[in-house]
Design a protein around this ligand. Structure first.
Ligand code: MG
Length: 376
């Protein structure tokens, strides 16, 4: 089964409201949607949502990497040879993980379809249900309270608060959330590097400890492994690394530097499902719990993360929240309260709304053996 053609579309996914975290605010989410066609008439879907604050990749750069480098070389490639794709792409491009993820996801979609198995089963899992947390951006107190009440009414049990606004503001947000949600809800917090230094991080962590917080994500800057260790050794709350670990080499360095309680693996940070499974194996061997996180991804990336979550037992949680934030999406990732019962169809199992995809398209290109042409 060979790759015969590729279509790449740059789209803008409209958000219901702006998404604000410590290092950025988004009013809509740019995404790249990849459609691979095989010589056996199968169609596989992939997605790339780069976050330049994390991997340094911009949407324009990823588009160019895919359209000019990776996709032309993929035409004629054996769709099952996913390891070979990563080996070749890894030699050609250092990093570039969000670009590689688009192809990795589409190849896994094709593989699952060709084997007539949903991806989670093909990867070793046996259930297609995940629990989604409510992720709350850095909004004003009343807006935060309104959102919490809305999620509670919808049956949510797990909450993640975006912090990093400073000691006083962060303490107020956590207190407000616990007061609103009561004792039963699970609350975790994500500073997104916003506390800056390890001593400021510990100051906030010690202040929010009485509110029964499950874990604290990325308390220091992404490069600060020494600070991360100081926080972890002195923190009464378990620590998760996110921006500080993109690929397996980062994770190995962190393990050698002393380890961590949790790692947040994201397909867009590591290059897709195959690299993510290697990272999960490394984490498991080191006794580190794994979460599969996401950028705000459409149904395609969200489905890939959900399948992966259910494939490996060391993956304890996932955060597939993109489709909840979008007012329009190109696929059928649907929430039932806080649960997602995702597709049992072969591969990713995504049903694409092609009209919506065209409506949201800003620009696109079709690549075949004979060359490239712009999409209408
Ligand atoms: Mg995070």
């Amino acid at each position: 089964m060979k790759i015969a053609a590729a279509e790449l579309r740059r789209i803008h996914l409209p958000l219901r409201e702006p998404f604000k975290i410590a290092y950025n605010t988004w009013t809509s989410m740019p995404s790249l949607i990849l459609r691979l066609e095989t010589d056996t008439d199968l169609v596989g879907w992939g997605e790339s949502v780069p976050d330049e604050g994390v991997t340094g990749e911009t949407i324009e750069g990823v588009y160019a990497t895919l359209a000019e480098r990776l996709l032309p070389e993929l035409i004629g490639h054996d769709a099952f040879a996913i390891e070979e794709f990563h080996e070749r792409a890894g030699k050609a491009i250092n990093g570039g993980y969000a670009a590689k993820a688009a192809i990795d996801l589409a190849l896994f979609d094709l593989k699952g379809q060709s084997c007539n198995q949903p991806l989670y089963q093909m990867l070793g899992g046996n259930t297609n249900v995940v629990t989604a947390p409510a992720v709350l951006g850095m909004t004003a107190p009343q807006a935060l309270k309104d959102s919490l009440l809305e999620y509670m009414a919808a049956g949510y049990t797990h909450y993640k608060l975006k912090l990093g606004g400073g000691w006083a503001e962060d303490c107020r947000r956590v207190a407000l959330a616990r007061e609103t949600l009561g004792d039963g809800a699970t609350i975790k917090v994500d500073a997104n590097q916003g506390w800056g230094t390890w001593d400021m991080a510990l100051k906030v962590i010690r202040s929010i400890e009485p509110y029964n917080i499950e874990l604290v994500e990325q308390p220091v800057r992404h490069w600060d492994f020494a600070g991360l260790q100081r926080v972890r050794q002195n923190s009464p709350i378990p620590i998760m690394v996110d921006e500080g670990v993109c690929d397996a080499r980062d994770l190995l360095r962190l393990i050698l530097a002393g380890g961590i309680d949790w790692v947040n693996i994201k397909l867009m940070k590591c290059g897709g499902i195959l690299p993510a499974t290697k990272m999960a194996a490394l984490a498991e061997a080191a006794g580190i719990k794994v979460q599969v996180g996401s950028m705000l991804e459409s149904s395609i990336g969200s489905l890939a993360g959900a399948h992966l979550h259910r494939a490996q037992s060391c993956i304890k949680s996932s955060e597939m929240v993109g489709p909840r934030w979008f007012s329009q999406d190109i696929g059928d990732f649907r929430y039932q309260g806080c649960q997602v019962v995702f597709s049992d169809r072969p591969g990713l199992g995504v049903e694409i709304d092609e009209d919506m995809l065209k409506r949201l398209t800003v620009s696109g290109v079709r690549i075949e053996q004979s060359g490239a042409r712009p999409l209408p």
